[in-house]
Structure formats: C-alpha cells, structure tokens
Design a protein around this ligand. Sequence first.
Ligand code: PPS
Length: 570
Amino acid sequence: MSTLIKPHGGVLKELLVSEKEATELKAKARDYVSWDLTERQMWDVEMLLSGAFSPLDGFMTKADYEGCLDKMRLANGLIWTMPITLDVKEAFAEKLSVGANVALRDPEGVLIAVLTVSDVWTPDKKREAQGVFGSTDDIHPGINYLFNRANNVYVGGKVAGVELPSHYDFKYLRNTPRELRDKFKKAGWTRVVAFQTRNPMHRAHQELTFRAAKSTEANLLIHPVVGMTKPGDVDHYSRIRCYEHLIKQYPEQTTALSLLPLAMRMGGPREAVWHATIRKNYGCTHFIVGRHHADPGNDSKGKPFYGPFDAQELLGGLQEELGVTMCPFPEMVYVQEKAEYRPTTEIEPGQTVLNISGTEVRRRLQEGLDIPDWFSYKEVVEELRKTYPPRKKQGFTVFMTGLSGSGKSTVANALMVKLMELGGRKVMLLDGDIVRKNLSSELGFSREHRDLNILRIGFVAAEITKAGGVAICCPIAPYSATRRKVREDVSKWGGFVEVYISTSVETCESRDRKGLYAKARAGIIKEFTGISDPYEAPEKAEVVIDTKDCSPDEASQRILLKLEQMGFIK
Ligand code: PPS
C-alpha cells in the first residue's frame, strides 16, 4: 500500500491536549498570568496547535531562533526559515520566570493554549530583519511588522493547546493537516502538488496549476492563505468565492481547495521554503513556486527586495533535504495568435503576448472598465466587482496631519461643507480636539497615548469608509508608523488620502491661537509637538498644503481636485 509523505521531522506535532486535560488546564489557568494574543499570534498559534508548523512544539526558544536566523535551521538541525516567536510587552515579560505558565487567550478571553516559559529575551530586531528579510527598510511589510508592531521581548516555550481558534466562515474548506492527510488517503492521493496564493486566481493561474499537476502526475491542492497577507490585498471572503468558481474548471476529482490559516511575512526566498515545509506537513509532495514568490515589492529606493527567481533558487537547493519537490514555473502569458496560455519560456518569435498585472486589474475595477474574457472567468470578475465597486461609489478617508495651529481644522471644515454641497455620501469630521473630548478623554500626550488616540481615530474612519461614507480626520498624528497603520486599515475598505498640512512651526507659533505655544515655551505644557516633542513629516502624502500662503478655500479646493483625479468624486 502506498503511503503519504511524512511530516517535517517525521511526526505531526499536534499540540492540542485531550478533552480531559483541556478541562484541567482551564481550571489551572485561572491562576496563570494571561497574555491576550495579537492578531498575528492568533494565526501562529492555530498553525502550531494543528501541527502545520511541525516539528515546532511551541514558540521558538532562543536557541531555535538563533539557529533559524543564522543557519535557517532549528537547534536540532532541521530546516526552518521563519522565526515563530511570541512577542510581549516589557512590563509583561518582567512578570515571567523560567518554568512559569502563561495562559494564551484570544481577544475575547477564551483560553487557547498554555505556554510553559523556557526563555525570555530581548531580540536585536535589526539583526533579525537583516537575517530573515535581508534588509532593515521598513517599507517591507515583514520588517514594518517587526519594527513597528511587534512587542520588544520574546518568550519561548512549549505550548499545550486547549482549543483551536474558532472560525465561522467557510468551515467546510478549513482542514487541519491531519484532516487533509485523511482526505488524501481516502481519495488515494499520494502525490499532491500544492499551490500557494494570496490573490484572486485568473485563467493564467488555472493554466499554470493545471500544467504543474499534469507534469508531476500529481493531484492538485489549491491552498490559499486566509490569515494575514500583504496590506492592500483582496480580502479572503471575496477571494474564496472566486476560487470556488475557478475550481469548477478543473477535471473532477483531481483538485481540492482548502484554506490555510497562515500569517504571511512576505519574506520571499525564506518564505518559499517555509511554505513548502508547511505543505509537507499537510501531506503534499510537490510545491509550486513561480516568479516573485511571497514578494514584498520594492524598497524605499525603488529597488526590488528580492530577484524574481530568488525563491526558486533557495528552495531548489534545499528541496532534497526537505523532501518536497519544487515545481518551478515561469510566468504564464496569453498568446493571442494561439488563443492560449503559455510559459514565457515557450514564446515563439513574432507572437503577440498579452498580460494584465494585478495593479491594472485593480485600476480597471476601480474605474469600472472592462476585464477581457481571455484574462479571467466572468464569474470571478463579477465577484471582484461586487467587492471593488468603482471608486465613485466607495467610501474614503481624508486624513490630515500637521502641527497644532497649522490650519488642519479650518481646512477640514471647509472641505466638509464642500463635500456636503456635492452630496452623495455622508461626511463625518473627526477633529483632534473633538475626538480627545469624546473618544480619548482619558489620554495624554505620551507616544503610547498619542498612538492609541490615532488608532482609535483610524478605527472609526475605517468603519465610516467601509459603510461608504467620508471620514475627515485632523489630528496632529506625529508618528509615521502609526499613520501607516491607519492607512493600511482604511485602505482595506476604500480610499485613503493623506493631507500633510506643512505649515512651519514658526508660523504656527506666531499664530498661537490657543496660547499653547507660549505655555509650551514656558514649560507649562510638556511634550508639546514641534517644541518639546517630535513630529515626523510624511514623505508620501497625496496632498501637501502650507496654509501660510493658501486660504482655506484654496486648500480645500486642492484636496477636492485630488479626490476627483483619484476618481472618488465626479
Ligand atoms: S495627537 O498627537 O495626534 O494625539 O494629538 P491630537 O489628538 O491631534 O491633539 C492635539 C490637540 O491637543 C492640544 N494639545 C497638544 N498638542 C500637542 N502636544 C501637546 N503636548 C498638547 N497638549 C494639548 C492642542 O490643542 C492640539 O490641537 P490642534 O487642533 O492640533 O491645535
């Protein structure tokens, strides 16, 4: 009888304890210190508990972490390319000692697992970024997360799972490694080629996966990531509806669709090896790697972080030891004369090659333009159109940032009434002072409190944008990492236009309408932005306005023109 491929390290490390032990753990955990898992940690824990991260038996110890950084190997010598660490706040870490138990809870307080502490350490994040991602440029989403969102102390230790995080959507498409392995066994699938994706699939992807399955004589697993992907990606609900249409295009009984609860890091080559390792745990023998696998795009100087085939190269050198065969694929393009898709390597001279990039698809959706049949299936495009109505029907946020007294509120008020005059959308103003009175009355002006304030504003703005309205925000918002987080959160649902009110501190101080600058100079107000506290000017704001030489009418008009140019207003 033929058998399925073994998991990485030989055994599936499922970390869920028995029902009886779980009941006991729940009782004991009442006395343990609790850590509320962050969004990314929730995904990591799910992968750990299900065995998808075999052979890891918990969050990495320092030795495993060092090995992963320096040699792409765990302390026991097995290949592992991505750090899986539990990052916590300094104050929390101070409460921990080796051997202590930590109750890991979901955002509602449900006990998911218990971690027994074996290491607590402060990582050198720059070294980690350089080692894992090959850069320290935080435009890279993985580096941005590491530098600006991850907490500063890591806790390593074994994890005993109480229950898997719950999901209520697409339950019938969610399988643990064991469930998928059982499914393969039952169907007699011993050679399975996995396709990783975080994007909607169109005809080119269908053709590529179909060819990969044919050439390897394997069954196909479409295994899209539904945890965290690259900011700005299509949400997983829409994508899955697309995949469900697409799967009908494959010969019956040859292909399966299952969802992967992974939080990606966009780590290119290292991520490709990690993805292949994970697929091995799910019972796959082959793994497709195309161009730009798990690619973060360009760095802040406009250069790509990774070459298009770096991932193929790294996995190519490790595949034998890993025991997963890579299916490298060049880009698939449409050949007009043949009316079919072919790999770029098989194009004959004189043939007309057609392709539409992801960005171009997005543009066409935003502007309500045609997406041709050769590119995608009608049903897939219809799904995407539902998710991405043309911009003129989407909500948006105008986020103004600038010093106190720079003119944010005045411009915002002028913009608000002009937008109301135009009609069509509900407009809401989230003014700095008003928010501080109503939403953030308990907050001061430390970095932590300012960030909390901005994230609250961002949360409300995202909800307004999602509902199709217009949010105009005008806090100082002095920190660029926090503004970037708000941009990412809002952009999931609609437009985000950053307006930098660049009026100089000298002008603001000479106006000093509220008398705050005088108080700040006198030391009566501490941590005053521009005087005794920093302001990080935006580098890529959509609009920059200095109100020294621009009236509120002119300023709001410039923002309106930008909105018109971007397609949000007619
Ligand atoms: S932040 O940094 O974005 O959270 O600030 P914000 O919520 O916009 O609040 C700024 C308003 O609070 C008043 N104020 C101060 N500003 C800056 N620094 C210090 N220390 C401070 N203390 C009080 C000030 O009136 C700001 O209002 P605007 O409308 O910007 O002048």
